[in-house]
Design a protein around this ligand. Sequence first.
Ligand code: MLT
Length: 203
Amino acid sequence: MNLSFTHRFVPATAPSRPPLLLLHGTGGDETDLLPLGQMIAPGAALLSPRGKVIENGMPRFFRRFAEGVFDEEDVRLRATELADFIAEARQAYGLAAPVAVGFSNGANIAAAVLMLRPEALAGAALLRAMVPLSEPPTADLAGKRVLVLSGAMDPIIPAENAGRLAAMLKGAGAEVEHQVLPLGHQLSQMDVTLTQRWVTDAG
Ligand code: MLT
């Protein structure tokens, strides 16, 4: 279907599971995280958009001035645009509010959507995320589950920054589980296992 983001949609075969919104990292696309989605929530509907910002030919979900230095005006604009796409896709495909599963840049935009448009998401698994907005509005995240998985040896995301993000989300009322894994920036089987368990625990 032609919606406001280029995307892939995989319908549910287990409709009782919440749909997943899959958000790729820098240089990825809408096909990247489909296998991950299938592993962590078999049978769930999968909605996977491609980021609209192009940096040296690589798709992303918002602009940055340098690695880890974000164009926050663009973060706000793009998070709003993505929340609008979620609403559009929910209507088009008849979906409940999705749980975001984002990696790196995709996790950062998911965190921004939680802060700016909390109604768009049922919860989020943020894999290698950092604080996307230095002065976010006060969001009410009561009832939302958030999993933050960071890497102790991540060269891109300082541990302190991921901890600050988890604290911000908790402060806004979300039920946050933050784990620091003995890993770098890349995902591993440990991320898959923990995210699968977290998604399943939601019932
Ligand atoms: C970002 O730009 O969102 C972060 O630096 C992570 C990434 O490299 O994409």
